[in-house]
Design a protein around this ligand. Sequence first.
Ligand SMILES: [Fe+2]
Length: 354
Amino acid sequence: MDKDGPNHAILVVDDDATNLRMLQEILKPLYKVYAAPSGDRALAFLENRVPDMILLDVEMPVMSGYELIKRLKDDARFSSIPVLFLTAQEGRDKEEQALHLGAVDYILKPITTGVVRARVNLHIELEDYRKRLETLVSEKTEKLRLTQDSILDILANVTAWRDSGTGGHIDRTTAYTRLVVEGLAQKNDPEYDIPPQYREHIIKSSKLHDIGKVAVSDNILLKPGRLTPEEFAEIKKHTTFGAQMIDDAIRDLGDDSSFLHVAREIVISHHEWWNGGGYPNGLAGSDIPISGRVMAVSDIYDSLTSERPYKGPMTHEEAMDIIYKETGVHFDPNMIKLLEDTFPLFKEIAAALN
Ligand SMILES: [Fe+2]
């Protein structure tokens, strides 16, 4: 309790008016105490206010304490309120039943001031501690997420700066990738069942799709003219170089590496073609991971609509003509069909981020 008075609210539920009054008297100096003479009245009270704890009499007419706690535990709004049973019935089975139903503790009647205050105080403190821990864990998790995101951005910038000198390609392809996975998720097509976590992993790791380019020599990566077949063969290795870089991290992280597995999928498969004519593994059709098929669409659309040393940018319509022409050859035809109403949104991203 602080100087402004009691902070925690306790609901006492007991059909016996004397007991109810007694419990109020015992707890009033320390907590805000509310009283309900039946299970129904307790449920009505809960509609307006969620207390920090409930003291619940087991033996009540109409709705017993057991019945009430079952209702509370089945309702997400109330299931985490700690419940302490008040019971006059002695015997292990009654205590066990109460605890089994989710009560945190029980107090045997006849009650005494010292026991009631000590038990209530203990569980209020435990509950406060649990809540503080929960907040702390979610704050730390959020901080960790932000740190991971910034490391990802740094890595993405390393690739981008070395390759084209700007992060524009990465920002745009990430935005297209987001549109594609969200567009596919809306269609609820069983072939493209992309659970939310896989979706997030695809969006985030799309930033790393060309990470392997840092291992390709400058002479080839930055060559202004046409590449010889040998040089192109070197460029193609950015997929396997990237996968090798991620493999090391996967080995270190073990089971916690689901994000990196998706990143690896994208890195190694974003140049595979639907007809098997891509690289590095010549995968075809649905053997190409969904993430790689998604990345292929974002990556190629951006290449077509961006300015390069050797070409001007295509319009959205010209780029879409090529993508439709390459559907079934380079791109997954079913995926392209499902994305018909997503593609117009690409145009807006291209205009905003180019
Ligand atoms: Fe690439």
